[in-house]
Design a protein around this ligand. Structure first.
Ligand code: ADP
Length: 398
């Protein structure tokens, strides 16, 4: 174990996730999840060595209270003095940041400036950053942006075909998300395939509750499916992904819905949940479909078809494909989704190796295509927290 550990914080408006990691070997020594922040019954759950316990945060039910409780827990475990730096996940760095950065007052002002692009997340990250600065005095803090990896997208990929002045005035363009995961997975894929990242044309699907896909070539991002917000692109747990924007006027006129009701519906009641009427959870959808639930069967087919279509378009963006990478909870564990997606790709010379596909799960990476396939499909587990820890250590000089 290294002398210096990294604390990784991921703050939402009512939650705070934390992890203490050994940056050298990726070991996680402690995790926490604070929930119901800003409500009187806020609490925090700690996990270490397979054991869990909860602490009440009602005395100070906010981000500061949660970070204080985390420090106390770390003291009790003798971890506080070993922390060398703190890494913060930040959802949007807009066009300001194309890499992670050591946090200064100027960076805090930059994250504030990006609030219109992530109105729920960036303010919460700032609360976490301030709490960490006050409570872990003197330690370096690093911001790691979900959008940074996608800043290499060429103009033709990030520009919406709307009046250009909207980009100039409001920053209306495609930014993408899950960038930290893509960066980690792209590096791991190159390592796993014993190739230089620059020599691989990769199409990487990050499939969790939120899902997106990216084209990576020459070692950098060429395009991704999420846009101004995470709503664009693939079918997700509760998000619709791509729809005709006329859905807004159609529903306003025919269903008497307001903009915020439609936005809420597209973000929280659509996707697997909306189509199936059963669940947003892929496992439940697969079970439902196997048991004959028609909505679940349709949701599965819509999810897979959209993903396969996007693999085609991201192959264009990458200038071809050497590796198709599955990651995230669904990508890493669902052999059914992978198998169904691959069944669309025979025309590209990509064929499933069924046994290998069955074997790649529970955190095991693996090639899941036959030896005669023109490109390899691989399963590569993601680890966003470890990537944040790596950046934090690098920028803090640890
Ligand atoms: P998040 O975006 O919240 O980080 P995860 O990456 O943990 O999400 O992915 C959660 C998704 O992974 C859920 O839809 C869950 O059902 C799915 N998943 C996890 N294990 C399996 C499995 N064995 N088969 C199918 N789907 C799975």
């Amino acid at each position: 174990m290294t002398q210096k550990l990294i604390l990784v914080l991921n703050c939402g408006s009512s939650s705070l996730k934390g992890a203490v990691l050994d940056n050298d070997n990726g070991d996680v020594l402690l995790t926490c999840l604070a929930e119901k922040l800003n409500l009187p019954d806020a609490f925090i759950t700690f996990k270490a060595n397979g054991e869990k316990h909860q602490a009440d945060l009602s005395a100070e039910p906010n981000h500061t209270g949660a970070v204080k409780a985390l420090l106390e827990e770390m003291k009790a475990r003798g971890l506080d003095s070993k922390i060398g730096a703190i890494g913060h996940r930040v959802v949007s760095g807009g066009e300001l940041y194309s890499d992670s950065i050591l946090i200064t007052d100027e960076v805090i002002a930059g994250i504030e400036k990006c609030i219109p692009l992530a109105p729920l997340h960036n303010p919460a990250h700032l609360l976490g950053i301030r709490a960490a600065q006050n409570i872990f005095k003197g330690l370096p803090n690093v911001a790691v942006f979900d959008t940074a990896f996608h800043q290499t997208m060429p103009e033709h990929a990030f520009t919406y075909a709307v009046p250009h002045e909207l980009y100039e005035k409001y920053g209306l363009r495609r930014y993408g998300a899950h960038g930290t995961s893509y960066r980690f997975v792209a590096d791991e894929t190159a390592r796993f395939l014993s190739k230089d990242k620059k020599d691989l044309r990769m199409v990487i699907a990050h499939l969790g509750n939120g899902a997106s896909i990216a084209a990576v070539a020459n070692g950098v991002c060429q395009d991704t499916s999420m846009g101004l917000t995470p709503l664009e692109g693939l079918v997700m747990g509760t998000r619709s992904g791509d729809v005709d924007p006329s859905i807004f006027s159609f529903l306003a006129e025919n269903a008497n819905m307001t903009i915020s009701q439609i936005t809420d519906m597209l973000n929280k009641k659509s996707g697997l949940l909306g189509v199936s009427g059963l669940s947003n959870d892929c496992r439940a959808i697969e079970e439902g479909a196997a048991n004959g639930h028609k909505g679940a069967q349709l949701a599965l087919e819509v999810f897979v078809y959209r993903l396969a279509k996007y693999i085609g378009s991201m192959t264009v963006a990458a200038g071809g494909i050497d590796a198709l990478v599955f990651s995230g909870g669904i990508g890493e564990n669902s052999e059914l989704i992978r198998s169904k997606v691959l069944s669309y790709l025979g025309f590209m010379g990509i064929y499933e190796d069924h046994e290998a596909n069955l074997a790649a799960r529970f955190g095991n990476p693996g090639v899941i295509t036959t030896a005669d396939s023109r490109a390899k499909a691989v399963v590569i587990p993601t680890n966003e927290e470890l990537m944040i820890a790596h950046d934090t250590a690098r920028l803090s000089g640890l």
